[in-house]
Design a protein around this ligand. Structure first.
Ligand SMILES: Cc1ncc(C[n+]2csc(CCOP(=O)(O)OP(=O)(O)O)c2C)c(N)n1
Ligand code: SF4
Ligand SMILES: [Mg+2]
Length: 347
């Protein structure tokens, strides 16, 4: 990936308008990764059509991307994009959608576009809630998550979107987060070159709504950084060597209140302790140690600790999950149209 001056990308690819995104929102990071991918592949803007539905994430291309875009109705971006692609196969058609837009109201379009293997790159911004309308629960909200419609915790389990889309038939499927910008940019480049349906889920920070969701009680200005660090803490990358020299203590009270007793209990092991935010467990104590099994045993009889979690417990897998070839819908459709014109039957 070649890295140019930020001003270059801004002048070339971004409309100069006041931003509507809240401070620290992940949507700007995703636009940034997208335009870098286009630039790296030397895809001219005139060859790109961005399509979006409704939601904060739908604003990434429209109005901010300086190129053709179609801002459609809630959940229907993929239906519009399919029509556009059938009409003009030469367009690089890219859908920006949210988790509510793409997996809730538009969930059916998503699985069928994947099944058909339509050559569309879909970037689904998963901020785990309906950001634009005030932080309601989405089909991606984590179990127990606090949203405005689940103030006592979400009773539902979230979709595993990459598994869903992979099993529906997409030929490129990946998941990254707004922390993993280099990998995300590389993935967008791969998706844009795939002759078929490409799907990238991006875990994205929505400080405005996720402060409540993840119980981040600090100031609003520190939330974006804390959420990004939480994405790093709560994920692992498929195929990369995993560290096993740490574990987590999930406290019964606040981690600050329990820190001292954990430190005292483990003093003989000389571990490094740190309070971290974790998507599955909230604010917990991370214990770095080479003597994991002994530390685990020692913490078992500490009253202040609810549970000890292994490194991978509750973590979300990132990476590229599918990269394969299958007949593409629009190409097949045009072949059929040609055969109909020539009155030829059969495949
Ligand atoms: C048919 C219809 N139903 C409901 C709405 C209200 N609405 C606007 S945006 C939105 C949710 C968007 O959530 P998501 O796709 O996750 O986008 P985010 O704002 O989180 O990026 C809803 C329900 C609408 N605009 N149209
Ligand atoms: S509500 Fe969330 S997703 Fe929407 S602009 Fe604000 S931070 Fe971004
Ligand atoms: Mg959302």
């Amino acid at each position: 990936m070649t890295v140019k001056n930020l001003r270059y990308y801004r002048e070339k690819f971004v409309r100069h308008l006041p931003t509507r995104f809240c401070p620290g929102c992940g949507n700007g990071v995703i636009l940034n990764a997208f335009v870098r991918a286009l630039d790296d592949l030397s895809i001219p803007q005139e060859r790109v059509l961005c399509v979006s539905g409704i939601g904060c994430s739908a604003w990434i291309p429209n109005p901010y991307f300086s190129g053709d875009s179609l801002h459609t109705t809630h959940g229907r971006a993929l239906a519009f994009a399919t029509g556009a692609k059938v009409y003009n196969r030469n367009l690089k058609t890219v859908v920006f959608t949210g988790d509510g837009d793409g997996a809730g109201i538009g969930g059916n379009h998503l699985i069928h576009a994947a099944r058909r293997n339509v050559e569309i790159t879909t970037i689904l911004v998963n901020n785990m809630n309906y950001g634009m309308t005030g932080g309601q629960t989405a089909p991606t909200t984590l179990y127990g998550g606090l949203t405005t419609t689940t103030p006592y915790g979400n009773p539902e389990n979230p979709f595993n979107l990459t598994s869903l889309v992979a099993s529906a038939g997409a030929t490129y499927v990946a998941r990254w987060s707004t922390y993993h910008v280099i990998e995300l940019t590389k993935s967008i480049k791969e998706a844009l070159q795939n002759e078929g349906f490409s799907f990238i889920e991006v875990l994205s920070q929505c400080p405005t709504q996720q402060r409540r969701m993840f119980g981040l009680s600090g100031t609003s200005s520190e939330a974006p950084q804390r959420i990004l660090e939480m994405f790093l803490e709560s994920t692992y990358i498929r195929g990369q060597p995993l560290k096993n020299n740490y574990l987590y203590a999930i406290p019964k009270k606040t981690p600050e209140a329990v820190f001292k007793s954990v430190e005292t209990k483990l003093s003989g092991f000389h571990p490094k302790l740190k309070i971290v935010d974790h998507m599955a467990f909230g604010r917990i104590i991370k214990i770095n140690t080479e003597r994991v099994e002994e530390v685990k045993r020692s913490l078992k009889d500490l009253d202040d600790v609810e549970k000890v979690a292994d490194p991978l417990e509750g973590k979300i897998e990132l990476g590229v999950f599918v990269k394969c070839e299958r007949p593409e819908f629009v190409k097949t459709l045009h072949n059929i149209i040609e055969r109909v014109g020539e009155n030829r039957y059969g495949v």
